[in-house]
Design a protein around this ligand. Structure first.
Ligand code: GDP
Ligand code: MG
Length: 598
């Protein structure tokens, strides 16, 4: 029976523990690619991903493996994104598998995302095969890590496969373990169709390509199918598998993982997690666990050059084709003119979109400080949700405000427990729990407002722990907080794009820091510019940008030509990212600076 020879699995790991390298080794061993086709880190398709070393888009490859028992097995290796912003997509791609290879770096041990991924794998009832990678490193401590796997995750230490993806050690053992330990898929090929979408992407020539795992039933080209989330119907044009080239097939049946093309125009109609079924003979129940992805972080994107407004709209429309979790709508700022309010799954998602707009579409952007969604109950009882601080009603109309909280888990070596707790406290965190992983490492758990995480928590954490901390978080809900809107005035004019929402207790300190920071970030103008922070009508902090001296070049008394040129170039560079706000030239960094504390 063909189905008994199918193995569907993912590789899960904390970032940099060697997931992509191991995937490359597996691709080599299963000779899915000729050496010419073989490219380092084949599964990370986009340039940006490669540069940042992260995986954004899920992928599924079919591989053939001749096992020691003499049988040929059909492997589907399903790639998962490695970042918390994409946790839901990770979970859905794991739901397409029966097993997961859990990679743990032999020198680093278990990190925050190792654990987060293990939880997701357990939620999906996967067989977990632990692999201790990088045993070739001099600093490798496979025995310590083995014990950690046993103590922290609860898997038998002797099941860990020691390996080096880089040196090609342990790869055969890993592939044999996949054959022996990952269960074959189950399900009835005659039952009504139940196929789960675990990814979809827009191809300019073929329309939407949907990645599916068949849980029940069989699907063939020419059939009418239905998306269970929105009821929309499509005719299947082509189905097939990736090897990683797309190879069309006559049918996909129980346990198969592949693609479907069905003249779908919009990725929004093929949502990750949704179930595809036959229109004529639908399944009774969709796959459990589907939810619509809602953006959690919002910011304004404005073209530096107002002439680029239409280009920016087109860029966002193009990106949206491939990213159903990106949201945007036109917005106008008094300070910045015409732009867009955009919603993202998280900070990384936001950065990726910004970078792609600048890089692939060549549009320079002004980005406003990211905001979460606040729930405001007004004194007249009306409850509104705002994702832009400038929409906050006047203080006397606000009864109370609630904000989203996350549960944050930070793993650090002992000696950094103090600095981490201090940071969490400073970020308005509530202490929940602390556990020792071994003699040297601790897992610290806090509840922290999401708004405190979105800006510089990660950077602050890194610098407070010399990079030794790893961090993961999940949204837990809304809580009431004493929040107020703080406005910033430049030259007496309120700049809407600089307004932020802050906790009342820290408003004075924040106001002072921001006024000081803007003073340093905004270059001197022809005239003196007062910078003020206010809550309502009340000014709470002030600084002054002194008027410019006559000529910057006057500073480089005569001679040094190269220094002069550098200065001019620097000015030009600076100009590019300046935005005139009223009659003040404001550099792009200013708009992001309002959220950081130090
Ligand atoms: P990912 O973020 O989990 O996909 O990790 P990568 O596969 O990109 O690997 C991160 C870094 O670790 C890269 O520089 C790899 O070359 C290196 N690496 C991966 N596996 C090994 C290994 O077995 N031994 C050593 N020494 N380095 C490795
Ligand atoms: Mg990778």
């Amino acid at each position: 029976n063909r189905r008994d020879r199918i193995r569907n699995f993912s590789i899960i790991a904390h970032i940099d523990h060697g997931k992509s390298t191991l995937a490359d080794r597996i691709l080599e061993k299963t000779s899915a690619l000729t050496s010419r086709e073989m490219q380092d880190q084949m599964l990370d398709a986009m340039d940006l991903e490669r540069e940042r070393g992260i995986t954004i888009k899920l992928n599924a490859v079919q591989l053939l493996y001749k096992a020691e028992d003499g049988e040929e097995y059909i492997f589907h290796l399903i790639d998962t994104p490695g970042h918390v912003d994409f946790a839901y997509e990770v979970s859905r791609s794991l739901a397409a598998c029966e097993g997961a290879l859990l990679i743990v770096d032999a020198a680093q041990g278990i990190e925050a995302q190792t654990l987060a991924n293990v939880y997701l794998a357990l939620d999906n009832d996967l067989e977990i095969l632990p692999v201790i990678n990088k045993i070739d490193l001099p600093s490798a401590e496979p025995d310590r890590v083995r014990k950690e796997v046993e103590d922290v995750i609860g898997l038998p230490g002797e099941d860990c496969i020691p390996a080096s993806a880089k040196a090609g050690i342990g790869i055969d053992e890993i592939l044999e373990a996949v054959v022996k330990k990952v269960p074959a898929p189950s399900g009835d090929p005659e039952a009504p169709l139940k196929a789960m979408i675990f990814d979809s992407l827009y191809d300019p020539y073929r329309g939407v390509i949907v990645y599916i795992r068949i849980m029940e039933g069989t699907v063939k080209p020419g059939e009418k199918v239905k998306m269970m989330a929105n009821g929309k119907q499509f005719e299947v044009q082509e189905i097939g598998v990736f090897t990683p080239k797309p190879v069309p097939k006559e049918e996909l049946t129980v346990g198969d993982v592949g693609y479907m093309i069905a003249s779908i125009k919009n990725v929004g109609d093929s949502q990750v997690g949704d179930t595809v079924t036959h229109a004529a003979k639908p399944t009774a129940e969709p796959m459990p666990g589907y939810r619509k992805l809602n953006p959690m972080v919002f910011c304004g994107l404005y073209p530096v050059d107002t002439n680029n407004y239409t280009d920016l709209r087109e860029a966002l429309e193009k990106l949206e084709l491939n990213d159903s979790s990106l949201q945007f709508e036109a917005e106008t700022s008094q300070a910045l003119g015409f732009g867009f309010r955009c919603g993202f799954l998280g900070l990384l998602h936001m950065e990726i979109i910004q970078e792609r707009i600048e890089r692939e579409f060549g549009i320079d952007l002004i980005t406003t400080a990211p905001s979460v969604i606040y729930e405001v109950t007004k004194t007249d009882g009306e409850v509104i949700e705002i994702d832009n601080p400038s929409e906050m009603p006047d203080a006397q109309q606000v009864d109370h405000v609630r904000e989203p909280y996350v549960k944050a888990e930070v793993m650090v070596p002992n000696e950094y427990v103090g600095p981490v707790m201090e940071l969490c406290q400073r970020k308005r965190g509530d202490y929940l729990d602390m556990k020792y992983l071994d003699e040297n490492r601790v897992n610290i758990v806090y509840e922290i407002p999401l708004s405190e995480i979105v800006y510089d928590f990660f950077d602050a954490l890194k610098s407070n722990t010399k990079g030794y901390a790893s961090f993961d978080y999940e949204l837990i809900g809304y809580k009431e907080s004493n929040l107020v809107k703080m406005d910033i005035l430049l030259n007496g004019e309120k700049v809407d794009a600089l307004s932020i929402i802050v906790h009342r207790d820290s408003a004075y300190d924040r106001g002072k820091i921001i006024a000081e920071k803007l003073k340093n970030l905004i270059p001197r103008q022809q005239f003196e510019v007062p910078v003020q922070a206010s809550i309502g009508q009340k000014i709470i902090a002030r600084s002054t940008i002194k008027a410019m001296r006559k000529n910057v070049l006057a500073k480089c008394y005569g001679g040094d030509i190269s220094r002069k040129r550098k200065l001019l170039e620097k000015q030009k560079e600076g100009k590019k990212r300046m935005k005139s706000v009223g009659n003040v030239e404001v550099p792009q960094e200013a708009f992001m600076s309002v959220l950081s504390m130090d």
